[in-house]
Design a binder for this molecule. Sequence first.
Ligand code: PMP
Length: 395
Amino acid sequence: MNALDLPHPSARLGAINGDAGDGWEILSTARAAKAAGRDVVDLTIGDHDRTTPAPILDALEASARGGHTGYASVPGIDALRAALAARVTARPGVATTAENVLVTAGGQAALFAAATGVADPGDTLLYIDPYYATYPGTIRGAAARAVPVTARAADGFQPTPHALAAAPPARGLLINTPNNPTGVVYTEETLEQIAAFARARNLWVISDEVYDGQVWSGQHLSPRALPGMARRTLVVGSFSKSHIMTGSRIGWLIGPAPMIAQLSDLLTVTTYGVPGYIQDAALAALTDGAALEREVAETYRRRRDLALATLSGASGLSLVQPDGAMYVMVDIRATGLDGRSFAEALMQAHAVAVMPGESFGQAAAGHVRIALTADDARLTKALDKLKTFAAGLAA
Ligand code: PMP
């Protein structure tokens, strides 16, 4: 048989990573350097520099040993759905019941469910550039067309009504605030403009709020809380960032009850739910973990302050004011390099690994993203090196 006659993977699979690749080489460079014994300060991926706290692991173990090892309820166990509804009702203040809540395998599975839930094959879903790296692939994996709407550095990475108005017809808009990669928090004005746009065009809004507990000034705002928006908004949440549970794969989706019921059917044919002992651990994290959540957030606030103190006023770079999440975005265009070359050269010269802005879209070109994922001393040392390096290039 000729190879051409063999069955081949779907075009949809091939499209997931269609244009990926640009700007991700730094990860293999850093990994290789580490393997060769170099002490690399890794500020690339947004994962914590500590493991899941003991009380959460204790709850996980107690649940598993207590027998919660069989199939668990697919939309989520009642107690967890109720606890999440209470959390969402309190913050950001929209009446929410268990029927509005779907427990998912991380925020990522919630993103995929939401994209699948709002778009038919070939429909357009808009997303804001700069974006969290999986967005275009998630949309294409859901067989939709992924179209970016640019939020320019010059506008503080806030999407403008002008940019939104220029977007093609679509079924929905995916936004993320507090934002990865920029650390920017959308203003009330921006969210109102987004809501007005969604109402005018009859769009769904998929609002990724996985950093909702990591806001450094004011309080977290959700478009779901704006007039007429609860019926057209799906909110993505996660235990990954708030409770150091990245590897447990547990998050949630909030939305109108009929949509959530239908999306539960999608989970039945994909993950068949999240393990019961992970759900119990998450419930324990929610009910007893308020102090932990504050402490985790406080760590990133402190490091963000450290980063601002270390880098502000440095020559060759300027900071994008980070008001949330666990990242600092730095504009390095004054060095004459693009984000990729800067990140590669910094890695070679100083064994400090940061992400090129280009990894997160065209709008972040000429920037690098620093994940605040090293302890204070290592972070400060690494940022000092970055600062000296940028100043040397700019001179
Ligand atoms: N959304 C954003 C903005 C993220 O930064 C991440 C993780 N880095 C996710 C979603 C997915 O997180 P998880 O699947 O671990 O909940």
